[in-house]
Design a protein around this ligand. Structure first.
Ligand code: ADP
Length: 182
């Protein structure tokens, strides 16, 4: 199975849920920049305080901050990995490429979880995180369309894109993901 992976898709598509299940099932390292940033926020670190303000507005945190977190994790782990929530723009994707060259590793697949906007908003509203109120959700979807969606073509051009419909039962989607990775 491919085991150096990116999970791409709009907020609410289920990247975190599916990445975690895949990693548990196959012993991969799960690296979620959203989770790592929320841990910093909870710890009330300087970095967390800076990040919280942006996250609660639905804006992206600075590339340099996120990249520092990703770098230290990627350098200290061994085995397969799933990056979830990173990269989120072309600049981050290019920085990741450089980091992976340094580490002599290559992305083997980019799983794109696809879901329509009505379903996305419904899921996010039922989740109830502090950045999950309707206005902030709308803004996160706009930021996704502007900054993150260009990565679909970016990875399509590299022959890495694996599309998976993200509606239906959690187990069903997991099976579909395992199929495209086998
Ligand atoms: P979702 O899957 O709902 O988009 P995440 O947990 O992935 O939620 O991210 C929550 C927030 O954390 C984002 O809205 C953004 O502010 C910040 N964040 C996470 N990853 C990144 C990243 N790679 N670059 C910049 N900001 C990020």
């Amino acid at each position: 199975m491919k085991d150096r992976l990116l999970f791409l898709g709009p907020p609410g598509a289920g990247k975190g849920t599916q990445a975690e299940r895949l990693c548990n099932a196959h012993g991969l390292n799960h690296l979620s920049t959203g989770d790592l940033l929320r841990a910093e926020v909870d710890a009330k670190s300087a970095l967390g305080t800076e990040a919280a303000e942006l996250m609660n507005k639905g804006e992206l945190v600075s590339d340099s901050l996120v990249l520092a977190i990703v770098k230290s994790r990627m350098k200290s782990q061994s085995g397969g990995w799933v990056l979830d929530g990173f990269p989120r723009n072309v600049n981050q994707a290019k920085a990741l490429q450089i980091l992976l060259e340094e580490l002599d590793q290559q992305i083997q697949g980019v799983v794109l979880l696809e879901l329509d906007e009505v379903a996305l908003v419904q899921r996010l509203l039922s989740r109830g995180r502090t950045d999950d109120n309707e206005d902030v959700i709308r803004h996160r979807l706009e930021v996704y369309a502007e900054q993150t969606e260009p990565l679909v073509d970016y990875y399509l051009n590299q022959g890495l894109l694996l599309r998976v419909p993200a509606s239906g039962a959690i187990e069903e989607i997991q099976t579909h993901i395992e199929d495209v990775l086998s």
